[in-house]
Ligand binder design. Structure first.
Ligand code: PLP
Length: 255
């Protein structure tokens, strides 16, 4: 395990939320918290605050390539986290870069909508995300609404989460972590990890806090940082979930 003083580099490919509630600012803070060096490529400039998303401009494939190439020419990446990736063109480009440059298999947060309901990916790009990037990812981290949208299943309990994760693995994902925070099952936050058929269930206290934005961004960045340090997937998920739980607890205390 690489937990030495050497500062590994973790790349986030995600949207920029100027208000800092989600996206790249959260990713960079999280990657720093895990003692890694953050580098970032912006897929979208969004316009939002704690109330909602008011709009977004999208980068193109050329911009994404132009952002990433100079970084990887200079330093090797230990891990990659992918968040908001709104167009088919950019998805193809990221898949191409990963294969062409032999980059680490990313942690892919399949961001579809903001909590307030704003579409953060074009409708025709969702299929491309599944066909091009799911098979290249080390892990997918959908929340319940995302897992429902991607599988067509209605998810009400832990068994449904297991079924959805298994279906996504059958469709070509190497591993899937379904985040159960939206269910609040008997005041437990239950997450289900399916690593190619090997299932682990993580149970944490469900904290009665006002919805904290950016927890999905935080979790996927934390997992990427841990994988970059060569921790096993299950241990990476455990440490990252603890990190997010602590952040939610801190936010609840502030209220
Ligand atoms: N904005 C950006 C740039 C994001 O990457 C995400 C989620 O990943 C969101 C907004 C959605 O965050 P929330 O669900 O907290 O609204």
């Amino acid at each position: 395990m690489n937990e030495s003083n050497e500062r590994i580099t973790v790349l986030t490919i995600a949207g920029f939320d100027p208000s800092g509630g989600a996206g790249i600012i959260v990713d960079v803070n999280t990657i720093n918290s895990f003692g890694c060096r953050p580098v970032a490529a912006i897929t979208s400039l969004t316009f939002q605050n704690s109330e909602g998303v008011y709009g977004a401009t999208f980068e193109g494939a050329e911009s994404l390539r132009a952002q990433i190439l100079p970084i990887i020419q200079e330093q090797s990446l230990a891990a990659i986290k992918i968040g908001m990736l709104p167009t088919a063109e950019m998805i193809f480009e990221v898949a191409h870069l990963i294969e062409e440059r032999n980059l680490p298999a990313p942690v892919l947060d399949p961001v579809l909508r903001s909590s307030s309901g704003y579409a953060l990916i074009e409708a025709d790009a969702i299929e491309v995300l599944q066909s091009e990037l799911f098979p290249l990812a080390r892990l997918l981290t959908p929340n319940i609404p995302e897992a429902e949208a991607l599988t067509g299943l209605k998810i009400n309990d832990e068994n449904d989460m297991r079924a959805a994760a298994a279906q996504l693995c059958e469709k070509g994902a190497r591993a899937v972590l379904i985040k159960g925070g939206h269910l609040a099952l008997e005041l437990e936050a239950v997450d289900v990890l399916d690593d190619g058929g090997e299932v682990s269930v993580f149970r944490g206290a469900w904290i009665d806090a006002p919805p904290l934005r950016g927890t999905g961004c935080m979790l996927s960045s934390a997992i990427a940082a841990c994988l970059g340090k060569e921790l096993e997937l299950e241990e990476s998920v455990r440490r990252s979930k603890d990190f997010v739980t602590a952040a939610i607890r801190d936010a609840a205390k502030m209220e």
